[in-house]
Every structure is written in C-alpha cells, then in structure tokens.
Design a protein around this ligand. Structure first.
Ligand code: HEC
Length: 144
C-alpha cells in the first residue's frame, strides 16, 4: 500500500517537473527566435548590382554620392554610401534610418553636410520595393 502511494507521488512529481520543463523549453526558443529575427531584420540580403544600377541612375545618386561598385560614382556633395553602410553594420543605426534618409533627407542631416540639397521626391519616383532595394544595397556595402 505504502509503496504504491509513494510511486503515485513520484509520478505526480515527475509530471509536474515535466510540465515545468516543457514550459521553460517553450519559453526559451521563442526568445532566441525573436533575437535572431531582429538580427536578420537589421541586414536584408544584398540585391544583385544589376537591379541596383538603374535605380542609382534614375535617382541621380552618383551625381552627389561616392558609391562603391558604381563606376564613376565619386561625387562628394553628400556623404559616401560607405558612411551609412558602416553605421548600419556597426549597429549605430538600423535599416529604417536608411529608408528615412532617402525618403525624408532633411529629417536628420549627416554630420558635415547641409540640408536642402538631396532631392525630396524619391518617395514619388521610386516604388516601395525600389526603396527597399536601395536600402539593402547600401546596408550591405563593404568598405575598407
Ligand atoms: C543633389 C545631390 C544628391 C542626390 C542626387 C542624392 N543625394 Fe543623398 N544626400 C545628399 C546630401 C547633401 C546628403 C547629406 C545631408 C543629409 O543627410 O540629408 C545626403 C544624404 C544621404 C543619405 C544619408 C547618409 C548618412 O550618412 O546618413 C543617404 C542614405 C542618401 N543620401 C542616399 C541617396 C540615394 C539612395 C540617392 C539616389 C536615389 C541620393 N542620396 C541622391 C545629396 C544627394
């Protein structure tokens, strides 16, 4: 009789332990997943350069910016695209900042440069997807 009761208690304790463990187990991966999500959301995959070139051309970005990978893009009216690329890769800003820099250039002015020079119509001439492509391109630039 005593032995059976003991066994019963052991089973209950095991069940409780299992429940607690599975609850913890469920909690952890969710945390990890969301952590990974923010990390991968920070850097979208680099688009193929052939997709980027016509957009750079259309926006005339090269007439003001130095852009690695784009032939003849050595202008210095605005910052080199290496500047925001390094900021994103260093975690100082997120890709949303890049988006904003292109759509609302006067909202935050890059250090050492002036407001009112970069065109403000990129939200009109580019689709959302094209802006995403430009953002992903800049975010992945590898500069020394
Ligand atoms: C007529 C000149 C001009 C053109 C054209 C231009 N920009 Fe700019 N851009 C600037 C200037 C000047 C700044 C710095 C002032 C500021 O932050 O708005 C700037 C800033 C930026 C920044 C923020 C950089 C940083 O370090 O924070 C990004 C990103 C950017 N431009 C992307 C683009 C893209 C993409 C295009 C083309 C679709 C483009 N620009 C076209 C002049 C230009």
């Amino acid at each position: 009789m005593k032995g059976r009761r003991k066994g019963f208690i052991v089973i209950i304790m095991l069940t409780v332990a299992l429940l607690v463990l599975s609850a913890c187990g469920q909690g952890k991966p969710v945390e990890q997943q969301s952590g990974e999500k923010t990390a991968s959301a920070a850097l979208p995959p680099a688009p193929p350069i052939e997709k980027v070139k016509p957009l750079i051309q259309k926006g005339g970005c090269a007439s003001c910016h130095t852009i690695p990978g784009i032939e003849g893009a050595t202008a210095q009216v605005g910052p080199s695209f290496c500047d925001p690329a390094e900021e994103v890769q260093g975690g100082e800003v997120d890709v949303e900042f890049l988006r904003e820099s292109i759509l609302e250039p006067d909202k935050e002015i890059a250090k050492g440069f002036s407001a009112g020079i970069m065109p403000k119509n990129f939200g009109d001439i580019f689709t959302d997807e094209e802006i995403d492509t430009l953002v992903a391109f800049i975010a992945n630039l590898k500069c020394e």
